[in-house]
Design a protein around this ligand. Structure first.
Ligand code: IPE
Ligand code: IPE
Ligand code: MG
Length: 253
């Protein structure tokens, strides 16, 4: 069946494609452990799968891809793993930005970037500037990101912008200050690696997102696996609080 094929010539109908896919890329360590390799080997393989995921989104006309690369809680890992992850991040930026740019990908990094090495911060800024005019795919990497941090930084900036306002705040007042203000909310959330939790990823934005959990480890999550997730998404009925019958009624009926 076409839906389950990884062939680029058999892509499911564009109309039913999610516009925005958000992914927790989990399971790198376990993938490496199964092969008696150091954890970092799993992260290296994981970067390859990010490349494949970007390619898949471009081929399928998915407009926004948001990837959780490093959570604000991941600093708790052994110092050696953290610094290897940072090195990988730097290397990936240096090696991939040119190609992303050529393919019309706009790169953004969201999160509390102040805690990163100044050199890494500089690379991030350069990559964002270089790709700022691209509009085929918005690729967002969440790094030192936490959903609660995001909401709090937005609240603080919202309050600072209107210091005299005391009450009557609405959701729409906060949204321009959230890290993902430029994108529609995710249609499809994927977590690989078997855990069924959000781990402080996009808390505000996932309110009505379809959730997909798979035991497949991130380094094994290839285009065929992605197509399974999309096929699952396409079978869901997104009611947003309405009844099933309302969805088939004509608009304004
Ligand atoms: C996800 O893989 C990558 C990061 C969190 C950076 P893990 O490193 O969490 O892999 P597991 O969960 O230990 O298998
Ligand atoms: C967190 O993964 C999100 C990322 C992939 C960066 P973890 O593997 O650290 O998640 P928990 O802490 O086990 O939930
Ligand atoms: Mg993990």
């Amino acid at each position: 069946m076409a839906l389950f094929s990884s062939s680029t010539r058999q892509i499911p109908q564009a109309a039913a494609m999610p516009r925005h896919v958000a992914v927790i890329m989990d399971g790198n360590g376990r993938w490496a452990k199964k092969r008696f390799l150091p954890r970092v080997a799993g992260h290296v393989k994981g970067v390859e799968l990010v490349r494949e995921m970007v390619r898949s989104c471009l081929e399928r006309g998915i407009r926004y891809l948001t990837l959780f690369a490093f959570s604000s809680e991941n600093w708790r890992r052994p110092a050696e793993e953290v610094s290897l992850l940072m090195e990988l991040f730097v290397k990936a930026l240096q090696q991939e930005v040119e190609k992303l740019d050529r393919n019309g990908v706009r790169l953004r990094v969201i999160g509390d970037l102040g805690r990163f090495d100044p050199k890494l911060q500089q690379l991030i800024r350069e990559a964002e500037e270089k790709t700022a005019l691209n509009d085929r795919l918005d690729l967002t990497i969440a790094a030192n990101y936490g959903g609660r941090w995001d909401i709090m930084q937005a609240v603080n900036r919202m309050l600072a912008a209107q210091p005299d306002k005391r009450a009557g705040w609405e959701e729409g007042d906060l949204e321009p200050y959230l890290s993902m203000q430029f994108a529609p909310e995710p249609d499809l959330f994927i977590r690989t690696g078997g855990e069924e939790r959000i781990s402080n990823f996009l808390l505000w934005q996932l309110a009505y997102t379809e959730l997909y959990f798979t035991p497949t480890l991130w380094p094994d999550f290839d285009a065929a696996e992605f197509d399974k997730a999309i096929a699952s998404y396409q079978q869901r009925e997104r009611r947003f609080g309405r009844t099933s019958e309302q969805l088939t009624e004509k608009p304004n009926a």
